[in-house]
Every structure is written in structure tokens, then in C-alpha cells.
Design a binder for this molecule. Structure first.
Ligand SMILES: [Zn+2]
Length: 296
């Protein structure tokens, strides 16, 4: 499933090409049972026809196309959704579900093998995206906020980081990679993470996401950017999908454990579960004590 770097890569490409363009036609293919939510196809087509594209934004893993009619198209790629920007002369793409034709002869083509992707057309994007946690590449994402959010939580740190209400945009790949870089075991109860560890973890998350963005995201079988190109960060995975291979840092064999139903890869040497102690627990309490009341 595309995560922040993949969705952001598509967003940047579309933002470079689409603002100022006008939607001149919309077409849906037959195989589209769940794409549109809360609006019929004829109503959608009538509403957006002739509207101008103002900006392409992202919130967590959501892509938001702001239109000049006080409406936003809020899209989620889910498992295999892709948005290709093609000229109308280009051969039809496989698994095409919808085509948005633009006034310059280009087409925004939505393709989706598994058909889990969704579109909502709403006045306010947050009606769909909800109030997610902080964007990890924004100033709002700090070690203190991480510790404050995690305080008292017994859920494994892996599950905590996947929860979009705690931090926006992370999925299985980038959480596993960030935990390995910061030396934290995926099963560590979130509330036991110290301020020092939260600092390491925050820095690792920011570093991994920026490196992935520089590589155009990660591609397994499915993800392609809006030009139909694969990302390159899968070449730099250190633990994700590397169970049974040796750790590049210490040569211990990477293992896989299920955390909240998700396969989680980690190095049992670099990421030990029993290294945090009672003194760490009290430093968590101290870190919590210095936070201003109501800090989130
Ligand atoms: Zn290791």
C-alpha cells in the first residue's frame, strides 16, 4: 500500500502539472463498484464539468484535488490505486477505472487492479480525512509530542506508529525501517519509550521518509508514480521484506514477528526488547512531567 513518500511523490508531480487546468470531461469505465462514495456518477460528472483545478494537497495518505467550485476531490489509493497523467493519444492503461480529461489534451487516469481506492467529492476535505496525527515532515512532529501521545499506552510501538490518529502517513514499510534505524523493538509498549528514544525515533522517521522521497518512493509489484515509473527506495530497505537475510549493521539474521496482525521485520540484536529498565520507565515519567499541561 502506498505510504507518505509514494503519495507525496504523486502529489508533487500532479501539483507541477494540474493547477490552472480545467476539467472538460469525465468518464467512468464499467468495472468501478466502489470508487465514488456518497455521490452518483452522473451527479459527479455534472458537478466537476468545467471546473478549474486549484491545487493538489496531501493529508496523511490522502490526495486532495481542490477545485474552484468550493469542492475537493479526496482520493485514497488504498492497495493498488494509481493516478497517471497521460496525453489523450497515449494507449489506454490497464485496469483503467476513470478518466478526467483536461483542457490541454492531457488526461488524469485512475487505474486500480484491486479496486479498493475511493473518491469523495466534498466541500471540506477534513470531512473525509478526519483529524489525523501530525504530518511527520512538519514542525508539529516532535519527540515531546511523540512521548506525550504514547504516555500510558501499552500497545506495541509498531501498532502505535501505524495508527493514523497518532502520526499521519506511515505504513508497514517506513515504520519497520524507522524502528530498525532507531534500535527500538516493534513490540515495545509505546508508553515505555523514553524522550531520548523518541528523539532517535523521530529523527529516523524523518530521515527514512526524506530518503524515500528522494528515491521517488518504494515499489513492490504495484506502486507507480503519475508518469508510470517505479520508485527506487525498495533497494534501500534494511529490514522490510528482508527476514532470513543478515542485518547490514551487525549480520544477525533479520526476523519477522506479527504485531497487531501486521508482519514486522526487525533485527533481534539491534532492536532488543529487554534493554529498557525501570530507570527508563521513570525517565518516561519525568519526560511527561515537564510537558506543559494539555500538550499534544
Ligand atoms: Zn542488527
Amino acid at each position: 500500500m502506498p505510504e507518505l513518500p509514494e503519495v507525496e511523490t504523486v502529489r508533487r508531480q500532479l501539483q507541477a502539472a494540474l493547477p490552472g487546468r480545467t476539467i472538460v470531461d469525465v468518464h467512468f469505465t464499467e468495472a468501478r463498484p466502489h470508487l465514488l462514495r456518497g455521490i452518483s456518477e452522473p451527479e459527479f460528472i455534472e458537478t466537476v464539468h468545467g471546473s478549474g483545478i486549484v491545487a493538489i494537497r496531501r493529508s496523511g495518505k490522502w490526495l486532495i484535488v481542490d477545485l474552484d467550485i468550493n469542492r475537493s476531490l479526496v482520493a485514497h489509493l488504498r492497495m493498488t490505486g494509481r493516478w497517471f497523467l497521460r496525453h489523450s493519444d497515449a494507449p489506454e492503461d490497464a485496469y483503467l477505472r476513470s478518466t478526467i480529461a483536461l483542457d490541454n489534451g492531457d488526461e488524469l487516469r485512475w487505474c486500480d487492479v484491486r479496486k479498493f481506492g475511493t473518491w469523495d467529492l466534498v466541500a471540506n476535505a477534513s470531512e473525509v480525512t478526519g483529524d489525523g496525527g501530525p504530518e511527520p515532515l512538519s514542525d508539529a512532529f516532535t519527540a515531546r509530542r511523540l512521548v506525550a501521545e504514547a504516555a500510558g499506552r501499552r500497545a506495541p510501538i509498531k501498532a502505535f506508529l501505524l495508527d493514523q490518529r497518532r502520526i499521519a502517513g506511515l505504513g508497514n514499510i517506513y515504520v519497520d525501517e524507522s524502528l530498525w534505524r532507531s534500535g527500538i523493538h516493534p513490540l515495545r509498549p509505546a508508553g515505555t519509550i523514553t524522550l531520548n528514544e523518541a528523539e532517535l525515533l523521530r529523527n529516523a522517521i524523518v530521515e527514512v521518509l526524506n530518503e524515500a522521497l528522494d528515491s521517488g518512493g518504494s515499489s513492490m509489484r504495484d506502486y507507480l508514480d503519475s508518469n508510470g515509473r517505479r520508485g527506487g527506495f525498495q533497494e534501500r530497505w534494511r529490514v522490510y521484506k528482508r527476514e532470513g537475510s543478515s542485518c547490514v549493521r551487525c549480520e544477525t539474521i533479520i526476523e519477522k514477528v506479527k504485531v497487531g496482525g501486521r508482519g514486522s521485520r526487525y533485527c533481534p540484536n539491534c532492536q532488543q526488547l529487554n534493554v529498557y529498565s525501570a530507570s527508563d520507565e521513570s525517565s518516561v515519567a519525568r519526560a511527561g512531567a515537564v510537558l506543559p499541561a494539555g500538550a499534544t
